[in-house]
Write a protein that binds this ligand. Structure first.
Ligand SMILES: [Zn+2]
Ligand SMILES: [Zn+2]
Ligand SMILES: [Zn+2]
Length: 243
């Protein structure tokens, strides 16, 4: 039967033998498609009104567009059915930009997560004094556990630089600017400025009262994105651990 599956699909469609048609579609969907025949079968699926089969074909074209678009079947289709070629090209472009969009979002999320880690580490360094890297206890003593904050090391280096930077660039060098940004972000996220030991926390809280609407909106957006990225990560890891 497999040998005649294409003919049977057409016949079962024309004579409305639905059970046979389903069997044919199933065979075709299940391991019958190749780079060489997928374009022909896509066209057949469309003319025989087999939406699932055409979707399977379409996915295959999306996945392996480069080599499928060089096949003989593609060239024939291009001549006979240029609007289908146009449609497929548009789908590929669309899928590509969706993929890029997703990638961009993932990268962005990473940056927000790093910022959140930096916020936690900053609080921990200023409040507890990091046990592993100082400033209070430079040497790790016997029973002490190494610090669990991954962001600590980088942040500690940044803080040391910040306190000793001799750069005369207006607004500070890139590292100092980064530090200013982290300190301000902390202040924006800090709920206990009265007890807070993070430098400039209260200063930024005061400054916030005189900021422009635009500035305020910008920071609010950043804070909400940082928090959202962390919440999403928490949700994700708690879901995974519940399996
Ligand atoms: Zn630490
Ligand atoms: Zn600097
Ligand atoms: Zn604070």
């Amino acid at each position: 039967m497999k040998k005649f599956v294409l003919h049977l699909l057409v016949l079962s469609h024309c004579y409305v033998v639905l059970s046979l048609k389903r069997v044919c579609e199933h065979i075709l969907e299940d391991g019958w498609l190749t780079k060489e025949n997928v374009i022909d079968i896509l066209q057949l699926a469309r003319s025989c009104d087999a939406p699932r089969l055409s979707l399977v074909c379409l996915r295959m074209v999306m996945k392996d567009f480069k080599s499928i678009s060089t096949t003989e079947a593609w060239k024939v289709m291009k001549r006979a059915n240029p609007s289908l070629e146009q449609e497929l090209l548009e789908s590929v472009v669309e899928a590509d930009s969706r993929k890029q969009e997703r990638q961009k979002k993932i990268e962005e999320k990473k940056v927000y997560l790093q910022l959140h880690d930096a916020m936690e580490a900053l609080l921990h360094i200023c409040r507890d004094g990091c046990r592993t890297i100082g400033p209070r206890d430079k040497v790790l003593k016997g029973s002490q556990v190494a610090c669990g904050f991954q962001a600590c090391k980088g942040l500690e280096t940044l803080i040391r630089h910040f306190s000793g930077c001799k750069s005369r660039v207006p607004g500070g060098c890139v590292h100092c600017k980064r530090m200013w940004q982290l300190l301000e972000l902390h202040s924006r996220m800090c709920n206990e400025p009265e007890y807070c030991k993070v430098p400039l926390c209260r200063h930024f809280k005061m400054k916030m009262q005189q900021q422009s609407k635009k500035e305020e909106a910008k920071w609010k957006l950043l804070v909400s994105k940082v928090l959202a990225a962390k919440n999403a990560q928490r949700l994700f890891s708690s879901q995974r651990s519940s399996f």
